[in-house]
Design a binder for this molecule. Structure first.
Ligand SMILES: Cc1cc2nc3c(=O)[nH]c(=O)nc-3n(C[C@H](O)[C@H](O)[C@H](O)COP(=O)(O)OP(=O)(O)OC[C@H]3O[C@@H](n4cnc5c(N)ncnc54)[C@H](O)[C@@H]3O)c2cc1C
Length: 290
């Protein structure tokens, strides 16, 4: 199908883009890589009077390593996240997740900003951002503000972003020595969205127990979310096989998936339990340097 007609606008600066969005609030939609938005328009699930193509704002296209963080411009492509040496060396789980997004065509066009902002609970990168405690930097008519990823996801396709606001940068802390993360995704075929996926981050404290645990879930429920119950259970405990299995069960107990073409409720819960165990075990091995 063809989308309903719209006017195409390509602002030359961030200021110009924000000003246009402010002026046409409710009628204008940001277009980045188009990998989620264009299919929605073509299927006529939504239509907008104006598409504001931010793809030309080169200032938003970078991956930089600071002392303690990695700063990713919102227009960095998913394929660039996958291949970045800075990310592979300092936040491997993010590269791991990026490499499992769709296929290479989608990864070459889709941006990290679009993936994180879209609000689809099947998107992979938001869970990693939750597990890494990322900060989203956004710019709008009232200036710039920081939104922690943990406060960003409100409901399916609904986020903390204002209509005239643009995500400009994502800041993630570098994974330190004694910490580790992993992203495990189970899907039916290569290129598919997941049946369930888990992003796990753990740190080991001086006693050799779990200092911090962050566990985020993809494709189960209306949003990507963290399981506080599982995280609290692990904190201060040994990251043994038994404790990891209990945490994965707590993760399962805190969700209410719905049956869909990807599987029944029971099937999804079992997949979630298994990917939970695998993600936590791998994150623990990485934290221990195994
Ligand atoms: C066949 C197919 C398979 C896919 N499989 C997967 C998968 O397995 N895993 C996965 O994670 N994703 C998957 N996706 C989705 C895709 O990876 C991302 O959602 C997509 O790349 C979003 O980025 P984009 O730059 O293309 O955003 P767009 O499609 O341009 O925009 C998406 C949304 O984000 C908004 N937006 C974009 N950038 C910004 C910004 N900087 N500030 C504010 N708002 C913004 C837009 O207004 C729109 O609402 C798949 C997509 C397709 C077509």
């Amino acid at each position: 199908m063809y989308p309903q007609s719209f006017e195409y606008v390509a602002p030359r600066t961030l200021k110009e883009a924000v000003e246009f969005l402010r002026k046409h609030e409710g009628e204008a939609k940001i277009l980045a890589g188009g990998q989620s938005l264009i299919p929605i328009l073509k299927m006529r699930f939504a239509s907008f009077g104006y598409l504001v193509d931010i793809g030309g704002l080169q200032d938003l296209h970078y991956i930089k390593r600071d002392r303690d963080s990695i700063r990713i411009g919102s227009l960095a492509r998913t394929s660039e996240i996958e291949e970045s040496q800075d990310i592979r060396m300092n936040a491997l789980m993010l590269a791991e997740a990026a490499s499992q997004v769709a296929d290479s065509q989608v990864r070459n066009m889709g941006t990290v900003g679009g993936n994180c902002v879209h609000g689809d609970p099947g998107n992979d990168l938001p869970s990693v951002m939750l597990a890494l405690d990322a900060i989203y930097k956004v710019t709008g008519p009232s200036g710039t503000r920081d939104i922690p990823a943990s406060e960003f996801y409100v409901d399916s396709y609904s986020t903390g972003l204002g209509e005239a606001e643009i995500l400009t940068e994502i800041v993630i802390p570098v994974i330190q020595h004694g910490s580790g993360g992993a992203y495990i995704k189970q899907r039916r075929r290569a290129g598919d969205f997941s049946i369930a996926a888990v992003a796990a981050f753990v740190s080991i404290n001086e006693s050799g127990n779990c200092g911090v645990a962050r566990l985020a879930v993809t494709s189960i429920g209306p949003i990507n979310f963290r399981s506080k119950k599982a995280e609290e259970f692990l904190t201060g405990k040994k990251l043994s096989d038994q404790n990891i299995a209990t945490a994965a069960q707590l993760l399962v107990d805190s969700v209410e998936p719905v049956a869909d073409p990807y599987g029944s409720v029971e099937f999804k819960k079992e997949i979630l339990r298994l990917v939970g165990i695998e993600a936590l075990s791998k994150a623990t091995d990485r934290a221990l340097g195994v």
